[in-house]
Design a protein around this ligand. Structure first.
Ligand code: SF4
Ligand code: SF3
Length: 539
């Protein structure tokens, strides 16, 4: 196997035996095969579109497949193989057109053929290092598009422009293109990233209202509970409806924390609080939670024996041997097994922080609507010098010790600097007692990585107020990445023209020296170094 799509790629180069994430060799091959298959499906759907015979199901399956191949989403070989055969079935129902590429015609007789095909067509099938780097950068950005678009569709919205782009961009990776053309596709992916994040923002706020600044408890109550992790708000909503008046409480974990800020969701009094931190802590926190855990999307860590039988997957997630909850034809999910399991479990063990200098309540819901409602206060604070600047510290958390850098960086920031964040990176500093500036929290948490669009709206509003562009604002970018949704967010920032982004804790292994040169020359991207050096540069 060879996989280098995430920040934790072995030795900073790539996983070759088993993923650091726990992905087996056969699973990596099936994910590669799935990507190859949806490239063929894309070619055929593009051909079919010329005669008006394209199939809407192709775009939906492509989004789901891209999501399933993202880091820490699906470790279940049978489910990955099922996506491959579904993609082939749709592909083969489309007119052949002029499509003769192997990706448009190959067919597996059994799962072993798909594993073999993935091994032959994976990352290393492209020999030239820079071409490979640009193709993979595009595919990883597309995995982000597919993931965010999947949530848009789950809430009942579709956008033809997004599905067409996914198809055309995937198909482009099967062609021999000039470097400039490949860079063009990558930058266009950032443009579509902004679009799809905007679509998701509007789908979420239409369904659940505009997030409100909300204080979330971290200590559990005495009822048995269900812990919900991942990013899917619709799953959480359905679970909240089904657990009403059952004596079972619901808690969020990791990226589900911002759900507490949505008016429709916070109305449920049995949505008690947030339990634990970000995804790398699952083994300890799922164990001490004592009750069932519902994993709706990334990140899933291969579960330990001690709690494995109470973990349920749904949506794009999967893990061999875990129970998976499917939706019916109307998009409804039946969580009665999870609820019955919770009733037979002990209540969660309290692991909330009670140390000096730490808070045991978290503030979330500082999305665009809430922040713009206090825009005058923020602008005055900037004009009067109470706020000297902002640092965007959005992105991901991860396992490695080097991410303590982000805690130390947050602690070392001057008191008059505000952190803007979204994604699970915030768990490195959201329990520090960083205080506020005239009532404005020093950590403005816009929500999940899914909510990054809020940061764009906030930054644009500040730029308008100060009569400048995004690069003219006193905002620095210190982004922590881990998986491919963060790759898309980075491409989206580049599309918006943001310069001088600091990226860490390591630069992507899939960026070749040649491609890095392009990013440095055109956008001033740099790797983070030490807290002291980076503070000097950024503040
Ligand atoms: Fe390795 Fe990351 Fe790929 Fe997992 S997703 S196999 S950790 S590079
Ligand atoms: Fe986190 Fe996986 Fe990226 Fe949504 S949950 S930000 S890492």
């Amino acid at each position: 196997m060879f996989c280098y799509q995430c920040e934790e790629a072995a030795k900073g180069c790539g996983c070759t035996v088993q993923g650091v994430c726990g992905k087996e060799e056969s699973t990596a091959a099936l994910q590669d095969c799935l990507i190859y298959t949806i490239k063929g499906l894309s070619l055929r759907n593009i051909e079919a579109r010329k005669t008006g015979k394209d199939d809407r199901r192709a775009g939906l399956l492509i989004a789901e497949s891209l999501f399933a191949a993202l880091t820490n989403v699906n470790f279940d070989n049978e489910r990955l193989y099922s996506l491959i055969t579904q993609a082939i079935a749709i592909r083969d129902s489309l007119p052949e057109g002029d499509c003769t590429h192997d990706a448009c015609t190959w067919r597996p007789a059994a799962i072993d053929d798909a594993v073999k095909k993935g091994t032959e067509t994976g990352v290393l099938a492209t020999e030239n290092e820079d071409v490979r780097s640009l193709r993979e950068l595009l595919v990883y950005g597309l995995k982000g598009v597919g993931a965010y678009y999947y949530h848009v569709v789950a809430l009942g919205y579709e956008n033809d422009g997004v599905t067409r782009f996914m198809e055309e961009a995937l198909a482009s990776t099967l062609e021999d293109l000039e470097t400039d053309e490949m860079i063009g596709w990558v930058l266009k992916c950032g443009e579509i990233g902004v679009k799809v994040l905007e679509n998701l923002d509007s789908a979420n706020t239409s369904a659940y209202g505009n997030p409100e600044i909300t204080v979330v408890a971290t200590a559990p109550c005495t009822n048995p509970g269900i812990l919900v992790t991942g990013h899917d708000l619709k799953d959480l909503e359905q679970l909240l409806v089904q657990t009403e008046n059952t004596g079972v409480d619901v808690y969020t974990h990791g990226e589900m924390l911002p759900a507490h800020a949505y008016p429709v969701l916070k109305n449920y009094s049995h949505l008690i609080g947030n339990y634990g931190g970000s995804w790398p802590h699952q083994k300890k926190e799922f164990d001490s939670f004592n009750g069932p855990v519902l994993v709706t999307t990334n990140c899933l860590v291969p579960p330990a024996e001690s709690y494995r039988d109470r973990v349920y997957t749904t949506g794009p997630t999967g893990f061999t041997g875990l129970k998976h909850i499917y939706e019916d034809a109307e998009g409804n999910k039946d969580f009665s097994d999870v609820i019955a399991r919770a009733k037979a479990c002990k209540p969660p063990t309290d692991i909330s922080e009670k140390r000096d200098g730490y808070v045991n309540e978290l503030i979330t819901g500082c999305a665009h609507n809430a922040v713009l409602s206090i825009a005058d206060t923020v602008i005055d604070a900037v004009k009067q010098g109470q706020i000297k600047g902002f640092v965007v510290m959005a992105g991901c958390d991860g396992r490695h010790k080097e991410r303590e850098y982000y805690t130390e960086f947050a602690k070392a920031l001057p008191q008059d600097v505000v952190i803007l964040t979204a994604g699970c990176a915030k768990y490195r500093y959201n329990n520090l007692d960083l205080g506020d500036i005239g009532g404005i929290p020093r950590v403005i948490d816009a929500g999940q990585c899914n909510d990054c669009y809020s940061l764009v709206v906030i930054a644009k509003a500040l730029a308008d107020a100060f009569g400048t562009d995004l690069n003219g604002l006193p905002i620095s970018y210190n982004i922590a990445w881990y998986e491919q949704k963060a790759v898309l967010v980075l491409l989206s920032l580049l599309h918006l023209g943001i310069k001088d982004i600091t990226l860490g804790p390591k630069l992507p292994a899939f960026i070749s020296p040649g491609v890095l040169n392009v990013l440095v020359e055109n956008f001033g991207i740099r790797a983070n170094t030490t807290v002291e050096e980076d503070l000097k540069l950024m503040i």
